[in-house]
Design a protein around this ligand. Structure first.
Ligand code: AMP
Length: 285
C-alpha cells in the first residue's frame, strides 16, 4: 500500500492503473477511521481494482468555534487498518498541499445546502463540495463511496456531480451502527460514558418514528412531534427533526412516497446527526 502526501505523488501512482483501464474507487474520509469507514473501504476493495482512501481533515468545512483543532487524528491506526483491508493507496495530504496559493474558488449547491445541517453550519456544505470536487479531480475515480450517515452530504454530492458532469458514479452505503443502534461517528469519541448511554436514545427515537409509520401514521407533523418528544428525554439540545424528500431535501407533509427522517442534536457539547428511511408503502425500511 502506498501512502501519498502530495497530489503529484498520488497522480504518479495512479497513472499505471488508469492506463490499464483499472476500476478506481475513492473513499473520502477525515480519518479517525471506525467500522462505518471500514465498511466503505472494504466495499471499495471488493468492487474495484484500485481502492484509494483519502484522509484529510478539511478546514473549509469547519465553522468558527467548531472542533477543527480537536478533531480526532489517528494516522498510525488508520494507515494500519487501510493496509490490512487491502486498500491500494492512501492519499493523506497536508492542508498546504491541498490549499496552496490561497484558492478563492468555492462550490455552492444552491437549495440543498441551506436547510437541515446547513442552517446550523453556514458554509459547511460549500467546504464539503469544494474538497470533494477537488479530490474527484485529483483521483479521477470510476466510483466514489459515501455513507448515508451524512445523508444531506450524499444528496448534495450526487447533485454536484450531476450538475458539473463529473465522470464518476456515486455509491451511497448504509449506516453502520453500534450494538445499541447508535450510528458510528468519529465524534462519538468526545462523549463521556453517561453521554454515550444517553446518545443511544437518538436511534431509539428514529426507530419509534419508523414504528409509527408501520402502524399506519402518514402525517409528518405527528411523527416529528413524537420523535421530538422521545429525543427530549435523552439529548440536551435538538437542532432539528425533519422529514424530507430524499432527492430535494424539502420537508414533506404526508408520507405518500419514501422519505427520510433526519435529526441533529447535542449531547453535552457534542453535535450528533442521524437519519432513517421511512417508507409508508413498505411499512418500515
Ligand atoms: P467522515 O470521516 O466523517 O468525513 O466520513 C467519511 C465517510 O464515511 C462519509 O461518506 C461518511 O458518511 C461515512 N461514514 C461515517 N460514519 C459512517 C457510518 N456510521 N456508517 C456509514 N458510513 C459512515
Amino acid at each position: 500500500m502506498l501512502v501519498a502526501d502530495t497530489i503529484e505523488g498520488l497522480r504518479r501512482e495512479l497513472s499505471d492503473p488508469r492506463h490499464h483501464d483499472a476500476r478506481i474507487g475513492l473513499v473520502p474520509t477525515m480519518g479517525a477511521l471506525h467500522d462505518g469507514h471500514w465498511a466503505l473501504i472494504e466495499r471499495a476493495v471488493r468492487e474495484c481494482d484500485t481502492a484509494v482512501v483519502s484522509i484529510f481533515v478539511n478546514p473549509l468545512q469547519f465553522g468558527p468555534g467548531e472542533d477543527l483543532d480537536n478533531y480526532p487524528r489517528t494516522r498510525t491506526e488508520d494507515l494500519a487498518g487501510c493496509r490490512q483491508r487491502g486498500a491500494s493507496v492512501v492519499f493523506a495530504p497536508t492542508v498546504d498541499e491541498m490549499y496552496d496559493g490561497d484558492p478563492v474558488t468555492n462550490i455552492h449547491v444552491r437549495g440543498l445546502s441551506e436547510g437541515l445541517c446547513g442552517a446550523h453550519r453556514p458554509g459547511h456544505f460549500d467546504g464539503v463540495c469544494t474538497v470533494v470536487c477537488k479530490l474527484l479531480n485529483i483521483v479521477q475515480p470510476t466510483v466514489a463511496y459515501f455513507g448515508e450517515k451524512d445523508f444531506q452530504q450524499l444528496t448534495i454530492v450526487r447533485r454536484m456531480v450531476a450538475d458539473l458532469s463529473i465522470p464518476v458514479e456515486i455509491i451511497g452505503c448504509p449506516i453502520v451502527r453500534d450494538h445499541d443502534g447508535m450510528a458510528l461517528s468519529s465524534r462519538n469519541a468526545y462523549l463521556s460514558a453517561d453521554e454515550r448511554r444517553r446518545a443511544a436514545g437518538i436511534f431509539a427515537a428514529l426507530a419509534s418514528g419508523q414504528e409509527l409509520v408501520a402502524g399506519g401514521e402518514r402525517n409528518a407533523d405527528v411523527i416529528i412531534r413524537h420523535v421530538t418528544g422521545r429525543l427530549n428525554t435523552c439529548v440536551d439540545t435538538i437542532e432539528y427533526v425533519a422529514i424530507v424528500d430524499p432527492d430535494g431535501l424539502s420537508p414533506v407533509e404526508s408520507l405518500d412516497k419514501p422519505v427520510r427522517l433526519c435529526v441533529a442534536c447535542r449531547v453535552g457539547t457534542t453535535r450528533l446527526i442521524d437519519n432513517i428511511a421511512l417508507d409508508a408503502g413498505a411499512g418500515a425500511v
